[in-house]
Design a protein around this ligand. Sequence first.
Ligand code: C2O
Ligand code: CU
Ligand code: CU
Length: 555
Amino acid sequence: MAVDPRRRRLLVAGSVAAALGGSALWLRDDATRKPLEPISGEPPAAAARLAAAGMLDIVDAAQPFTISARLIEHTLAPEHQVHMLAYEVEQAGRTYLNPVLRIRKGEVLTAKFWNQLDETSIVHWHGLTVDANNDGNPHYAVRGGAIYDYRIAIRNRAATCWYHPHPHGGTANQVYQGLASFLIVGDPDDDALTRALDLEPGASDIPLLIQDRRLDRSGRFVRAAGATEQFLGHLGAEPMVNYLRRPVFDVTPRLYRLRLLNGSSARIYRVAFVHGDRPVRFEVIGADGGLLDSPIPAGESFLAPGERLDVLVDFRGLAAETEVVLRSLGFDAMQASLGALCRTTPPAAMPAHVQHADARPAIATTTEPPIDALPDGSPIDLMTFRVRAGPRYDRAVPRRLASAPGIDTRGAAERIFTLDHRNMQWRINGVRFDMVKTQLNVALGATEIWEFRNPPDGMPHPMHFHGFAFRALARIGSPPAVRRLALDQRGLAAAETGWKDTVLVWPGERVRVALEFKHDFPGEQVYMLHCHNLEHEDQGMMLNVRIVPPGSKRI
Ligand code: C2O
Ligand code: CU
Ligand code: CU
């Protein structure tokens, strides 16, 4: 495929920028303690719609569509023009950028992925129950210019899923440059909630993609890719929500359903809503795998990369012009010992394939030095809700949302996964990802308990599994900030009582989850188990897991 010369120039200039070292001084050094001020200009004016210009429109994914990954030049907000990557979806003669795909259980998603990048890519449907062919995992990545066809009969219950690239070694950069959005599944339970609360998608039922980036003075995305970023994961210098920098959103005095997704490479958020310095409590109604049985009140929640948190926030009883901030509260990210390791280990210790990943061109053409990141665990204001007068609203949160029984674990076999590092490389059970090796075979139909063990000298790892949602059973040995959120002696926070596909494992913790390997796809299916810290995933903190039907000799 021919490359447009303008694009070629950008890519080359980007590699130069990526190769520059040094530290930036123009971000105030008190930024880690105070909520961020915008780097330039005022925050965007309050908007009635919460998305960057022309992005996150709703598309009915039950109608066939083409989805291209490509480089675009886009005006995210007035005076914020960038070169970024985006998914361009074409359907019935209309085009959309990073749309929110909506589909219902029982419908069929038919999509043609066209990779218009200069590197391999593939679309992964994070959270969807699919056969390996339709999963969009690294085994199916296609080179630039190639096409991949999907046909997926939707088996999931209603859930907030998302889509993003998954080429091995290139995921972190492609997501960072702009390839990520939502895939929202509906079903009758979800319809009932929508009716009970009079919710409207895009207006009062709002997906929030939370990410962090480093933007240069002109607002272009800059990605640092040094040894520290590869080892700890890439951290940005400021947050973005739905591709906007700290947006302000007008709300009326009513209930809002907010579907939070952490689409960051590595940053963990400790999300809370605050008004002045008072917390605004909310109801947790869903997690990665859909609605909880009943709402659970909460004041805060950790949200790790890959995780979703579905909440109801009540803006009634707040005076007009009141501002409610979605904030990530400060916390101890538990990686102090590793920072020192990064500073003392020469980059030459990095393996060849990571150096190759380093050389991937960043899109920004800046020649400014890289911007210092906010350390993980820094308090950050993500966005603001501003209360406006509105019509009277008197709906109450339903006490019952769905019925999603757990997994019967009697007689379940147990497996242990130890998450450690060696030579600046993260590993699962002492091994790193190998495309052609399957480290784990599981019998189709089996029920298993998996225990993730994170040694105390590690860092938090959000562990994600494709193909099957799971139920968390227990957190053991949690740090105090995590234990504080436990609902009962199992040690689980509100959202962790629902179906999950990603679970955060803190240093020193053991997290036990139950999985039921039931599906109706014929033959063997291979799925990925990996850390959703995207730099960890890219450097190989990932395993192939093969689901094997009865009678196979592999078990
Ligand atoms: Cu969202 Cu295998 O990832
Ligand atoms: Cu996934
Ligand atoms: Cu990790």
